[in-house]
Ligand binder design. Structure first.
Ligand code: 3HC
Length: 278
């Protein structure tokens, strides 16, 4: 299959890698050259790690050869699947989806990796909403097993079944969820991250001890503050805002500390500083 991934940031490059590992020809496109360069390095590093552990049957070079890194989205013309993985800005997503309409085949599947925007709302920008759905990967995509397949009101059963099958072929475990704010994973995760940030604001314990408590006491691989840094504080804030706006429930209310950090450009690992320095 030919697969085009739009957006080569944290999620996009990992998604492109997963499809390439699955034997697909992948076009990875981004308008920012340094983002593409960084994606190339990230993918190379990740493939080396997987190869050393014997988790891929091919060499990293064989997988990399199937990925075309390009600034030109037009290189994705005629793809079987499009995965939009750009920033969570509706206007930008609208432009990309309209561009995909011009390049896609009648039966191409158009997926979005959005973690916070309504699939039904975005489906208004695609020519064939029956072929449109959410394909929500988790960070880091090459390691995390889950894919949330998010269905809109107009998504066809055929498209869902196709993406379920493809997800399994990629070595992932799909779950099918409805278009509700935060879907399932973020709806459950965000109150945890929020509560940890509020506990930190209240001085209940140091940030290290809050993380240690959840890691060692609840057996999570990362503490919640560390995880918020890993996901990106901007993404965490955006998702909480959507949950709070749509459910109106204070358990989702973004903490002021989080807002201040985002406004100050402390976005976590990707900017070198969040709750921790990297
Ligand atoms: N590519 C390939 N392999 C990788 C990798 C990558 N990008 N990242 C980590 N690994 C491998 C490492 O090689 C290592 O393998 P080993 O244990 O066999 O040697 C293993 O994964 C563990 O990695 P590290 O030792 O470097 O570090 P950690 O033990 O901290 O693991 C982690 C890293 C897998 C990210 C783990 O900490 C983890 O699972 N954290 C939680 C991640 C999580 O919850 N993600 C979901 C976030 S929510 C989201 O994405 C949704 C969005 O909408 C907000």
């Amino acid at each position: 299959m030919k697969v085009t991934v739009i957006g080569a940031g944290t999620m996009g490059n990992g998604i492109a890698q997963v499809f390439a590992q699955g034997g697909n020809e992948v076009v990875l496109t981004d308008i920012v050259e340094p983002v593409l360069e960084k994606a190339r390095d990230t993918i190379a590093n990740s493939l080396e790690r997987l190869s050393k552990k014997g988790l891929i049957s091919e060499t990293p070079d064989q997988v990399k050869r199937r990925i075309t890194f390009t600034k030109s989205i037009d290189d994705g013309a005629g793809s079987d699947i499009y995965v939009e993985a750009i920033v969570e800005k509706v206007e930008l997503k609208k432009d990309i989806l309209q561009k995909i309409n011009e390049m896609a085949n009648e039966d191409s599947i158009i997926a979005t990796n959005t973690s916070s925007i309504s699939i039904n709302y975005l489906s208004g920008f695609v020519k064939h909403p029956e072929n449109f759905l959410g394909m929500h990967f988790f960070n880091p995509p090459p390691v995390m097993k889950l894919i949330e397949i998010v269905t809109g009101v107009r998504t066809s059963k055929k498209a869902v079944e196709k993406i379920q099958e493809i997800s399994k072929d990629l070595g992932k475990e799909p779950v099918v969820v409805k278009d509700y704010p935060g879907f399932v994973a973020n709806r459950v995760l965000m109150p945890l991250l929020r509560e940890a940030i509020v506990a930190y604001e209240e001085g209940v314990a140091s940030k290290e001890d809050i993380d240690k408590t959840v890691k060692l006491g609840l057996n999570h691989p990362m503490g919640p503050l560390e995880l918020a840094d890993f996901v990106g504080l901007d993404v965490t804030y955006d998702v909480m805002k959507v949950l709070y706006d749509e459910f109106g429930d204070p358990r989702y209310k973004p903490p002021i500390t989080l807002r201040n950090m985002v406004n100050a450009g402390l976005l976590g690992r990707k900017t070198g500083e969040g709750f921790y320095k990297y």
